[in-house]
Design a binder for this molecule. Structure first.
Ligand SMILES: [Zn+2]
Length: 261
């Protein structure tokens, strides 16, 4: 894979993505939880701002981080996502699949400007022109901070909205503005069981989906290192710097040779 340039919709940043290698596969294989911290650690080794500036990934919005994960996945494998679930209908239990294209999904969830909202004095904050309320868009750092909080939604509001204790109507207005400016890419998808016709909703979370898929494929890294070290006498460090696709290619060649021997 050659280097690819990706555009992030909320921050407007253009980033360069380099290919996934053995270090990322080890990180994924050894991760015990698939969470925002893992996504950020993984992406920090893979992306670089096109203009050469330092990107603090934890300060990107969750929308931008999820977009990065989906586009990385698109470049690595395919634009098509197939999310599946088991039919919950009594005595059915068939597999239900919902397929969609990343590009369409992202086009559908583009950030929008909100009338009456303007940047506030503090960088990263916004305010309403006719309401004494300011807010900022939730970031990866916020998601990490609230992940194990007993009241995550309330905690997020306290971090991102000022003042945090708003009447319901105003709070809803702030939430609508935030959702328009940084749309959530976690969505409920509708699927229908081909066996019994039951309609089901499948929760699609880009972070969980992409990290799980990458982790499943990363597990081959140990086997690949073992084969390449044995066959070519390469060191672990030499094998780990290879892009994943090249390492897998060599390992596959060795397996074919062993099979035909
Ligand atoms: Zn069914």
């Amino acid at each position: 894979m050659t280097e690819q340039i990706l555009h992030l919709p909320v921050s407007g940043l253009d980033v360069r993505l380099r290919s996934l290698g053995g270090m990322e596969d080890l990180l994924l294989s050894e991760a015990t939880t698939l969470d925002t911290q893992l996504a950020i650690t993984l992406l920090s080794g893979l992306v670089q701002a096109v203009d050469g500036s330092e990107i603090e990934l934890e300060h990107l919005t969750i929308t931008d981080l999820d977009t990065l994960l989906l586009l990385t996945r698109k470049i690595l494998f395919s634009d098509w996502i197939r999310a599946d679930a088991t039919c919950p209908a009594h005595h059915c239990g068939s597999r239900i699949e919902v397929a969609f294209q990343i590009e369409n999904y992202l086009t559908h969830e583009q950030p929008r400007k909100v009338r009456g909202v303007e940047p506030a004095d503090e960088i990263g904050w916004f305010r309403f022109q006719n309401l004494p309320v300011s807010f900022r868009l939730p970031t990866g750092a916020d998601q990490i901070a609230i992940a194990y909080h007993p009241q995550p939604e309330q905690s997020l509001i306290e971090r991102c909205v000022c003042p945090a204790d708003l009447p319901t109507k105003q709070r809803k207005r702030v939430e609508r503005a935030m959702a328009a400016m940084a749309p959530s890419l976690v969505q409920l998808l509708q699927g229908q069981c081909a066996e019994c016709g039951a309609v089901v909703e499948i929760l699609f979370d880009p972070q969980q989906f992409v990290l799980r898929e990458l982790q499943n494929q990363a597990r081959f890294v140990y086997e690949d290192i073992h084969l390449l070290a044995m066959y070519y006498q390469w060191s672990e460090a030499e094998i780990l710097v290879l892009p994943r696709v090249r390492r897998m290619y060599y390992a596959e060649r060795i397996r074919q040779t062993q099979k035909s021997a």
